[in-house]
Ligand binder design. Structure first.
Ligand code: AQP
Length: 323
């Protein structure tokens, strides 16, 4: 059951990235036959146009994953652009992808609705993503809920290719965690870099505390008892708090008469306890960038070997090889 997932280096990773996806990578590396995780710098090109920044974010993304517990002895960690076979596979898939399939993608439509300028890269993003997944015969794709539709698109593309040319691709399935499939941001919407509502995983303590203190809360009187689930402060506390803290906070919400300021302080304290050790591990990896580059080079070599095999299969099947 090979697992695969990618994450864009478009800025510091946030709680949504971690609890929706990265946490699953760490768990799966101990259970899956082979896991592949990559820094999706080709996808990031649709939003990051500053080459130095993209380089920095790419290396930083790898450092972050290592600090959060990704173990290069158990999982293959690499940078997307180091595996050119995937871009070639993407072209083979693009030629059989109906426009309508991509036009229905919600994440594209959401970005358009928010006034984000679209280019062909953003529009065809799900096809490159399909190539990323199919190139490794991945069966399990750990992601946040926002990506499930893209995995369905990947299955559609693979099925149509298989139907036309024979059984070339393995069909993948998305895997989401019920409790953190859609982590809310500081405004209650889905936490997302492009919405400016993120809490960064490796934020400096004081800054994170300030961001938490500014989280938007509802305007109901503090005296009213409240249902904790669905409240952004409580939902975030459920991710980083201890069991005891969570059940105490739930009881406080239900009783009423408390200040949101206290809930925010409790959340900030729990967050610091949760992220503090990873921040220290991050400093250790950040001090040895060449060791990180070695990990990525070794990962790319393994990834290329597998992607080359699958690309060869696809090329044979559609007649652009052995002519
Ligand atoms: N809020 C979230 N809750 C749960 N999972 C999330 N993911 C992202 N946001 C949430 C998951 O993180 C993985 C990497 O996603 P990505 O490469 O799309 O990362 P991103 O660009 O940082 O995600 P954003 O912030 O949502 O980006 P934009 O604003 O560009 O769309 C994926 O598995 C994703 O599901």
């Amino acid at each position: 059951m090979p697992a695969l997932s990618g994450i864009q280096p478009t800025g510091p990773f946030h709680w949504g990235n971690y609890f929706g996806a990265i946490q699953q990578y760490i768990e799966l590396q101990d259970t899956e036959a082979q896991s592949y995780y990559f820094i999706a710098n080709l996808h990031a090109l649709t939003t990051v146009r500053d080459q130095e920044l993209l380089r920095q974010y790419t290396l930083n993304g790898a450092i972050d994953l290592l600090a959060l517990g990704l173990d290069p002895d158990k999982a293959v960690l690499f940078v997307q652009s180091d595996v050119p076979e995937v871009s070639e596979l993407c072209w083979l898939l693009l030629t059989g992808t109906p426009m309508g399939l991509l036009e229905r993608c919600v994440s594209y439509k959401d970005k358009m609705a928010k006034g984000i300028k679209a280019d062909a890269g953003l529009f065809t993003y799900p096809v490159l993503q399909a190539a990323d997944i199919l190139a490794y015969d991945a069966t399990v794709v750990p992601v946040g809920e926002d990506q499930l539709q893209h995995i369905e698109v990947c299955r559609d593309i693979a099925q149509s290719f298989n139907h036309h040319y024979g059984e070339v691709f393995t069909l993948p399935k998305g895997k989401v965690l019920d409790q953190s499939a859609r982590v809310p941001g500081t405004d209650g919407e889905k936490m997302s870099k492009s919405y400016g509502n993120t809490l960064a995983v490796f934020e400096e303590e004081k800054k994170q505390r300030k961001q938490i203190m500014r989280i938007q809360t509802d305007s109901r009187p503090m005296e009213d008892p409240k249902e904790p689930d669905g409240d952004v402060l409580f939902d975030l506390l459920k991710l980083v708090g201890s069991e005891e803290e969570i059940s105490e906070m739930a009881a406080t919400y239900r009783k009423g008469g408390f200040g949101y300021g206290d809930a925010k302080k409790a959340l900030a304290n729990a967050a610091e306890r949760y992220w503090g050790p990873a921040r220290e591990r991050r400093a250790e990896w950040a001090a040895k960038p060449d060791a990180v580059r070695e990990v990525l080079a070794a990962g790319a070599a393994k990834a290329r070997a597998k992607a080359g095999e699958v690309l060869g299969r696809a090329q044979e099947a559609c007649g652009v090889k052995s002519w």
